[in-house]
Design a protein around this ligand. Sequence first.
Ligand code: GRF
Length: 214
Amino acid sequence: MKTLVILISGRGSNMQALLNADLNVDRIIVISNNPQAEGLQIAQRQGVETYVVDHRNFKDRKDFDEVLAGKIAEFQPKLVALAGFMRILSDDFVHRYQGRLINIHPSLLPAFPGLATHDRALREGVKIHGCTVHFVTPQLDHGPIIIQAAVVVLPEDTETSLANRVLQQEHRIFPQAVRWFVDDQLKLTGDMVQIEINHTCMSQITLYSPGLTE
Ligand code: GRF
């Protein structure tokens, strides 16, 4: 049984992109640290199993992470996908799931780890911005990169317009990365990720670069 666990904290649009993607999995479980996450209702409306592990019920991160890790372990997931999960995970948690824990981040890592990525990109005047799906390691927003999408920064961009264009690309590359993983097409050697389809290395498809109008 191939199970995908998706962790969310809020809106859930990346979760929705995964639910829409018709992935080759037998079971999808959505878990949130936030009982109010909009994504929970979206998942429930689609008949997806949801659970809440509310971080506010724990005295510290370690306790929360232990219970969360235990909850996830009940499902023996092939993959745990962080889809806008806004908690920093402890090293113990990351080590337990390392190699089957991936994250979507709204910047071209290693640029702009952390929060407010679009605002920071505009302030720095970068001409190119985007999003990254990567394996999670103990270092925040760092880890072997699976796929990136690049977005041109336009002179008239605001934080919102840029965020919207990046988000569209997140919804393309996240399902793609998850599909590769669940179909056993990702090969992780050290810090390098390769895509192997029918024994052929396809690394040229790991940068998605839409045109100006997309
Ligand atoms: C996305 O921009 C994702 O890259 C970041 O948090 C945001 C979550 O959005 N990690 P959503 O909940 O998936 O709509």
